[in-house]
Design a protein. Structure first.
Length: 147
């Protein structure tokens, strides 16, 4: 196979694992977004914006969705560490030689140092995701910025 054909073949075989990893994350994110959006749309300031004569698109995009983003940042901060945790199962199921599969085989073989590394890696990834979420709070909600 030529190098281009190899890349196409790898991409073809990665479709199902990628769909498997992202489907649960996207489903939960969409459900959480819908719940928060419905809660925000019943707020008084949304009724006020509609009463002022703003179009529905402006009300939803500028007023409602901006306030929906605040809880979504909290939810999305755990998506990356959860994907790495889910990759352990997905890579094992599809026999993909990634960090999830390697950590699974290390745990099965009793390789304690690598299992500790993988746990530490997930902890560091969680902490970094939470720091990024704190920074994103300042981007989404200007009231959070420090003076």
């Amino acid at each position: 196979m030529t190098p281009f054909q190899q890349i196409v073949d790898i991409g073809y075989h990665m479709i199902l694992p990628i769909v498997t990893l992202t489907m649960l994350s996207i489903g939960g994110l969409m459900r959480y977004t819908r719940t928060n959006m419905l809660e925000v749309l019943n707020s008084d300031y949304i009724r006020t914006a509609r009463a002022k004569g703003l179009s529905e698109q402006v009300v939803i995009n500028k007023h409602a969705f901006r306030n929906t983003l605040i809880p979504l940042v909290s939810y999305m901060s755990y998506l990356l560490p959860a994907m790495f945790g889910g990759s352990l199962i997905t890579e094992t199921l599809f026999q993909i030689p990634g960090i999830g599969y390697v950590s699974y085989t290390a745990i099965i073989r009793g390789d304690i140092p690598f299992a500790m590394f993988y746990s530490t890696f997930l902890i560091i990834l969680t902490v970094v995701s939470l720091i990024v979420a704190d920074i994103m709070y300042a981007v989404v909600d200007p009231r959070v910025r420090a003076n």
